[in-house]
Design a protein around this ligand. Structure first.
Ligand SMILES: [Ca+2]
Ligand SMILES: [Ca+2]
Length: 242
């Protein structure tokens, strides 16, 4: 239970990062996700209890439907309490569709489950019961909207505009393994983390680089030989090597 809470707190921290940073992390899928208590690929995430999905309209022709790992382009409108409730966020208002990879826990819990097997042009309504984590998921802008957001059901009207090709798998292992010996040393991992920090990655409060390195090796170096091998590495890597 304590462990779960700790993970939840880490997740809350992660989700409170600015949206740009979150997608940076999501695309990179770095070993950092392991440190933050995240499996690199989030699958089988359960739908929130009591969530409701309603198909509002579905086009007659449908060549392809959404599946886990697809990059989706959607328009959405989020309202509080009911479809007629106060709109707290809308991509229609911004006139800018939202893109995210479905099934990878990038969005508020419920979207990954509620937007599967969906046709391009289809419209759905998701009713997601109240949850304390919602404000963290919805980002800094939501804070000004007040507590109502975590005390009321949220209703999302979502229109699938397009299914795009998924971002190519990123070979973080090769990027970290500067000397190419197929083992990640502490120095190589440290250099990589320093690069991420220079690019804007924030290390969770109260941790220094040494502690972060220790956590990475604790998590990744399963045989405790002081190196992270290709098979031990849980981050993004090519599987056709070696
Ligand atoms: Ca190496
Ligand atoms: Ca090892």
């Amino acid at each position: 239970m304590t462990q779960n809470l700790k993970t939840e707190e880490k997740k809350m921290y992660f989700m409170s990062l600015p949206r740009g940073m979150r997608s940076f992390l999501a695309i990179l899928g770095t070993i950092f996700l392991g440190v933050l208590g995240f499996p690199v690929l989030v699958t089988n995430v359960e739908a929130p209890m009591g969530m409701r999905v309603r198909v509002v309209s579905r086009p007659n022709s449908c060549d392809r439907t959404t599946k886990e790992g697809d990059l989706l382009s959607v328009h959405f409108m989020g309202s509080v309490g009911s479809t007629d409730g106060r709109v707290f966020d809308s991509s229609y208002h911004r006139n800018q569709p939202l893109q995210f990879v479905v099934g990878r826990d990038q969005m508020i819990p419920g979207w990954d489950q509620g937007l599967m097997d969906m046709c391009v042009g289809e419209k759905r309504e998701l009713m997601i019961p109240p949850h304390p984590s919602h404000i963290a998921y919805l980002g800094p802008g939501a804070h000004s909207a007040g507590k109502q957001l975590d005390e009321s059901p949220l209703v999302f009207n979502i229109e699938l505009l397009d299914i795009l090709d998924s971002p190519p798998a990123h070979d973080a292992f090769a990027e970290i393994d500067k000397d190419g010996d197929k083992l990640l040393s502490a120095v190589e991992v440290q250099d990589y983390v320093k690069t991420l920090v220079a690019e804007g990655l924030e290390i969770p409060d109260g941790k220094n680089l040494t502690e972060v390195l220790w956590e990475i090796f604790e998590h990744e170096d399963r045989d405790r030989d002081g190196f992270i091998s290709h098979s031990e590495f849980s981050g993004p890597k090519r599987h056709d090597e070696l």
